[in-house]
Design a protein around this ligand. Structure first.
Ligand code: AP5
Ligand code: ZN
Length: 213
C-alpha cells in the first residue's frame, strides 16, 4: 500500500511515518531527509539545496522527483511519502513514477492542524543524532533525560531551518504551493482528513483506522 502523508511543517508527518515503519513494515520516503542526507554528504544536490532549505523555500521539482525515483524500489512493501509531493508538478511526477512500476496510491492522508500550534511544535523539536528518532521538549521528551529511547545515544541535534522566521516561510510555501494540490487527489477520491491536533497516539489511531478500513 502506497500512501501520502500531507500537511504543513510540524503536522506530525515524520512522527507518524516512523511509527508506520515500525508497525507495518512500510518504508518512509522523506524528501526532506534525503536532502539533509545529501547536504551532510556534500553532494552536488546537497550544495544546491542547502541555501534554499535554510530560507524555507522549495527545492526544484526535478531534484526531489529524481530522489524519489532513486529510492522507490526500497519501498516495495509500501511507501509512506512524507513531504512529497509538494507541488502539482511533483504530484504528476509521482503518478508517473508509480504507474511505471504498476503501483498506485491508496490514500492521501491530510493532517489538519492549527498553524500557531505548529510553530511551538517545531521550535521544540530535536532528534537523535545517531538514529534520527524524533523528540519534542515537552510533548515527547526522551524517557530518560538526554538518552535516546531507541538507540541509547546521548547525542541530539536541531535542524537549522527550525526557527520561527523560517517556519513561517515554510508555512507560506505550504499554503501557496502544496495545499492547492489537494483537489487533484480529491477528484480521485483519495483524500482522508485526520485531526493532527490530538496526541501522537490519537493521531496514530486515526491513521490506523483509515489504513485498516
Ligand atoms: P521537510 O523535512 O519535509 O520538513 P516539513 O515538511 O517542513 O515538515 P517537518 O519535518 O518540519 O514536520 P513533520 O510534519 O514531519 O513533523 P514532525 O513529525 O517532525 O522539508 C524541509 C525542507 O526541505 C523544505 O522546507 C524544503 O526546502 C525542502 N524540501 C523537502 N521536500 C521537498 C519537496 N518535495 N519539494 C521541494 N522542497 C522540498 O513533528 C514536529 C514536532 O512535533 C516534533 O518535535 C514531534 O515530536 C512533535 N509532534 C509530532 N506529532 C505531535 C502531536 N500529535 N502532538 C504534539 N507534538 C507532536
Ligand atoms: Zn537514537
Amino acid at each position: 500500500m502506497d500512501i501520502i502523508l500531507l500537511g504543513p511543517p510540524g503536522a506530525g508527518k515524520g512522527t507518524q511515518a516512523h511509527r508506520l515503519e515500525d508497525t507495518r513494515g512500510m518504508k518512509q520516503l522523506s524528501t526532506g531527509d534525503m536532502l539533509r542526507g545529501a547536504i551532510a554528504a556534500g553532494t552536488e544536490v546537497g550544495k544546491q539545496a542547502k541555501a534554499v532549505m535554510d530560507r524555507g523555500e522549495l527545492v526544484s521539482d526535478a531534484i526531489v522527483s529524481a530522489l524519489i525515483g532513486e529510492h522507490l524500489e526500497e519501498a516495495d512493501k509500501g511507501a509512506i511519502f512524507d513531504g512529497y509531493p509538494r507541488t502539482q508538478h511533483q504530484a504528476e511526477a509521482l503518478e508517473m513514477l508509480l504507474a511505471d512500476r504498476g503501483r498506485k496510491l491508496s490514500h492521501v492522508i491530510e493532517l489538519k492542524v492549527d498553524e500557531d500550534a505548529l510553530v511551538e511544535r517545531i521550535c521544540g523539536r530535536f532528534s537523535c543524532a545517531n538514529c534520527g528518532a524524533l523528540y519534542h521538549e515537552t510533548a515527547k521528551p526522551p524517557k530518560v533525560e538526554r538518552t535516546c529511547d531507541v538507540c541509547g545515544s546521548h547525542d541530539f541535534k536541531k535542524r537549522p531551518d527550525d526557527n520561527e522566521e523560517t517556519v513561517r516561510k515554510r508555512m507560506a510555501e505550504y499554503r501557496a504551493k502544496t495545499a492547492p494540490i489537494l483537489p487533484f487527489y480529491e477528484e480521485q477520491g483519495l483524500v482522508r482528513e485526520v485531526n493532527g491536533m490530538g496526541t501522537v497516539e490519537e493521531v496514530a489511531a486515526a491513521i490506523d483506522a483509515i489504513l485498516d478500513s
